[in-house]
Every structure is written in C-alpha cells, then in structure tokens.
Design a protein around this ligand. Structure first.
Ligand code: GLN
Length: 531
C-alpha cells in the first residue's frame, strides 16, 4: 500500500529511478500514478497547472503497464528493455493541452476549442502509448501558445511553484509548473520562440527544444508551422533525454519531420563521475549579444558563474559575436504572426470547435461572432499583425524582408559551427519569474522576455535550458544551443554541467511554495490576480 509518506517519496523520484523501481517491482505503476494524480489534484487550486486530469484513463494505462512489467519479470529477464520495452513503461507524463489525445479535450488554452474532442492521437501520443508511458492529463498554456507567462490562457493563469504570486513563464507554463511541483516527472511542451526553455528556466527545471523536424507535429495544434517544435520537460537531463528518445523520429504524416536516426545514446547518459569529464576540451561559444539590455544583474551573475564552472571543468569558452541577434525579435514578430494568421483561419465555427450564432444568423455574422468571442486579445493582436504583414503591398516590405533577415540569423550560427565550436552557452531568460500582471499591459515587454530564445527557433536549432542557480530565491536558467541534430551532444554537455554542480547549495533548493500550494483554502491564481 502506498501511504501518504511513500506517495510523497514516489513523486520526488526522477523518471529514471521510477523506471528502475518499476522494473524491480518495488512499486507498481498504479501506485506511482495515483501518487502523482493525488498531488496534482490537491495543488491544482493553487497552481492551475492542469486543464484536465484524467484519473480514469491514467489508471487504466497504469494497470496495462503493470501487466507488461509483470510479464517481463515473469520471463526471468527482469529487464523490460530486453523484451522490447521502453524505459518509460509505467512512468507518468503530462501533455500541454495542444497535443491531441483521441477522445479527450484539446483546448490549446482557447475558448474557441472549448468542448472540442480530438478525433485522433497526435504522433507523439501514439509514441508515448507504444512506450507504455502513462498520460496523466493536459496542462495549461497561453492561448494557442502565444505568450511568455501563461497569463493569456482563457482558463486563468498558472502560478509558479516557487512563488504563487508569480508567473511560471510560458507558453508551456502548465507543463513546467507540473514538473517543478512534482505532479509529474516529465511533461511535453512546444517551443515556437522559447515556450519550453523559458518556462523551464523560470520554474527551475530542464527543458529542451529539439532541432526543427526532430519531432513530428502531426496532431499538434499549429501556431507558427516553420518554428513550432515539441520537446521535453524534466527535473534532470537524463529524464529529458529519455522522453525525447520516446517521441523523436520520422513520421510520414508530417512532411517536415526528418528521416534522421534517433540516437540510443539518449538512454545512456553517463552518471556523475563519468559526466564530469565530458566538458574537458570542449569549445564553447559565449555570444556577447545575449547579455541583452535590461538583463537582471542576478541572472547575469549566475550565468557568468556557470561559464566559469564550465571553464574549471576543462571547457574552453570563447566570446563570439552573433551580430544579427538584435533583429531576432522584430523578424520573429513578423514571421510567427504571419503563419499564425494563416493557421488560425481554420477556426471558422463551422468545421469544429465553438460556434456562436449571430442574431439574425448569417454566415459572415456567425463567423465574426464566433471568432470575436472565441479568441482572446493576444490572439487577435497576432492575427491582425500577421494579416497586415502578408497583405498585398506589405508582403515584400515585411514578410519577405523578415525571411531574408532570418537567413542572416541562421548564418550567424553557421559561422560558429564552421569555426569548430561544439556548442553555444547563453542565458535563457533575461529575468527570473515576475509577478502576475507585471508585463500584461505592455506586449513588447512580454515579447522581450524571449530575446535569448527566439533566434534559435528562427535558425531551427536545438536549445536546452538547465537550472544554474537562484537570484532573489528564484531559479535562473542556463541555455545551451547546438548545431542541427546535435541533441545528444547538447544533452551530454548539460549532463556534464549538472555533474560538476551536483553538490552546489542551490541544487538542493526545491520550490518554496510547496506547502502553500497544498492548502485548499489558498486562492487560485485567477483570484490572486484579481486582488
Ligand atoms: N513568447 C513567444 C510568443 O509569444 C514564444 C511562444 C512560443 O514559443 N510558443 O510568440
């Protein structure tokens, strides 16, 4: 029986250790999953990390995983992998609510998809089912993944488990908060301009945006199709690598998913002793433009300390220039809204999702009412920006120009790889988690929080954020950026950094609002914002 004490212990394990415990029969997937569902449910009032918690479905998947685990033990191998099972068998996972799960809700954080049930599984949902991972439910997000704070969700904001009056980052804020608060050891999000790395940084966990094309987008609600990528959240690098391994790979149904082999090395990252030596002799570039104006001094200090730690471990860090970085934001806010305006045209109130009839009803009036009521302010702002940038007469001046600058941004990175660097190291976010409302009335201030992550999406590269300390008691993220398809290399570097900082004081720090989040009388984030 899992008592309360054991339940708490189970949720604090890494996914890696959960897998080991499951295979050894120390606990069942049912116990593991119940322990997570309990805490998710109990803390959802305070955090609003979940839009749907699927008790029934999760327990059914857990029973099925337990049966597969028992069969593997019975055949004497004791190692489910030996009989073709993935190490995630029986391990819980949370999904951002824009990933389709057949028969379940998928709102993308929007009223316009309220009540919509996905008719099929996303490719990555199928992959998780094949691996035997247990899907706990769907997490909160900025509407259509547009935002950096999760305050643009139509279902109320998510709170940061480190400080309940602060944002968790966004747009995948629900996934990041759920993992930071141990509601799940693993979660999936999407990153179009920073939406995995930035919330990972603000919540003190690991988050990775893979190379564009590494993970299929089939069954993922589209925001900006040339930038969107799915990727993992976890509390350590090994776990993130395991989840990436489960979902990555070619899918015929997404023409942009690449036929590039997924390295099995993702499942064999070294332990601390071996990992500490990984950094020796690595050449790492430090782009001076990433220390952007307005960066908090505490953030800059933690990042510089991390760079010094990499150097002491034998890495050669050299300052470089990525001269087009300053145009990243402006070009992103042409390209992303342009693609979004096209993608969001499908929400017409006729084919699926919300339908609001006008009075008197008529096709155009219904369309305008449906979209007028169904979309929030930020989404409307993006649709207007995007349609403007694509309109006749402005296309060449804005969209075409932005695509050219995009090529220059990619060229900056190419020069770094040609010069023989193994990776780039940089801050993830210029600031730590900010109080609710602080950037809501100033869209540009909100947009600026992605200044260090956007260029990576523009160039299609893999990027990862890993905790590197605290500033004012709040987590700071360190970003590693790699060449195309270098996920394993990046994860190994991050694993090296994790190993050399394994005994740092801040490593032991846990989300400080944990006890407060357990109190059912605590106000919800939406109530807290209203006060
Ligand atoms: N914050 C950025 C935006 O609002 C990026 C969001 C994302 O990566 N989905 O567009």
């Amino acid at each position: 029986m899992a008592g309360a004490g054991q339940g708490a212990d189970l949720t604090s394990l890494t996914a890696h250790d959960m897998g080991i415990g499951l295979r050894a029969g120390r606990f069942s997937s049912r116990e593991l999953v119940s322990a997570h569902l309990d805490v998710a449910e109990r803390q959802n009032q305070a955090l609003n990390a979940w839009l749907a918690i699927d008790w029934e479905g999760a327990l059914a998947q857990a029973y099925a995983a337990d049966a597969r685990l028992a069969a593997a033990r019975a055949d004497g191998s004791g190692r489910p992998r030996a009989v073709g099972h993935h190490p995630l068998l029986g391990v819980p996972v949370a999904l951002k609510d824009l990933i389709s799960v057949r028969g379940g809700p998928t709102t993308a954080g929007s009223r316009i998809l309220e009540g919509y049930l996905a008719p099929y599984d996303a490719h990555i949902t199928e992959r998780l089912r094949d691996a035997g991972a247990v899907i706990l439910g769907k997490t909160n997000m900025d509407e259509f993944a547009m935002g950096s704070s999760t305050e643009h969700s139509a279902y109320g904001p998510t709170a940061n488990p480190w400080a309940l009056d602060r944002v968790p980052g966004g747009s995948s804020g629900g996934s990041a908060a759920a993992v930071a608060a141990s509601h799940a050891p693993l979660a999936l999000g999407t990153d179009t301009g920073g939406s995995i790395r930035q919330p990972a940084a603000l919540c003190g966990i690991v988050g990775m945006k893979p190379t564009y094309g590494r993970v299929s987008r089939y069954g993922i609600v589209a925001f900006a199709s040339s930038l969107d990528q799915v990727g993992p959240f976890a509390r350590d690098v090994r776990d993130a690598a395991m989840l990436l391994h489960a979902v990555a790979g070619r899918d015929e149904r997404d023409a942009t998913s690449a036929p590039v082999a997924v390295p099995d090395g993702l499942l064999a990252l070294p332990d601390d002793d071996a990992a500490a030596t990984i950094l020796r002799g690595k050449r790492i570039a430090l782009p001076r433009e990433y220390f952007v104006a307005g960066m908090e001094t505490g953030v800059e200090a933690r990042v510089r300390e991390a760079v010094a730690a990499l150097e002491s471990a034998g890495a050669r860090v050299e300052e470089v220039s990525l001269p087009h970085t300053e145009y990243g934001l402006a070009t992103y806010y042409i390209v992303a809204p342009a693609e979004a305006s096209a993608n969001l045209a499908r929400y017409d109130g006729i084919r699926y999702g919300r339908h609001v009839a006008a009075d008197p009803p008529d096709v155009l009036a219904n369309y305008l009412r449906t979209r007028g009521e169904g979309f929030g302010r930020e989404v409307k702002r993006r649709i207007m920006l995007g349609t403007y940038a694509l309109s006749a007469g402005y296309y060449d001046a804005y969209y075409l120009k932005a695509q050219k600058v995009r090529t220059l941004i990619k060229g900056d990175f190419d020069a770094v790889w040609s010069a023989g660097f193994d990776a780039i190291v940089a801050p993830t976010s210029p600031s730590v988690a900010w109080p609710f409302g602080a950037k809501l009335s100033d869209p540009v201030a909100m947009y600026l929080s992605d200044a260090c992550t956007l260029p990576v999406n523009m160039a299609g590269l893999p990027g990862l954020s890993i905790p590197c300390g605290l500033s004012d008691g709040l987590p700071v993220g360190l970003q590693f950026i790699g060449g195309p398809w270098q996920e394993l290399e990046l994860l190994r570097l991050a694993r090296g950094y994790e190993a050399i900082t394994a005994t740092a004081d801040w490593r032991g720090a846990r989300p400080t609002s944990f006890a407060a989040a357990d109190d059912s009388a605590v106000p919800s984030p939406a109530e807290r914002v209203r006060r």
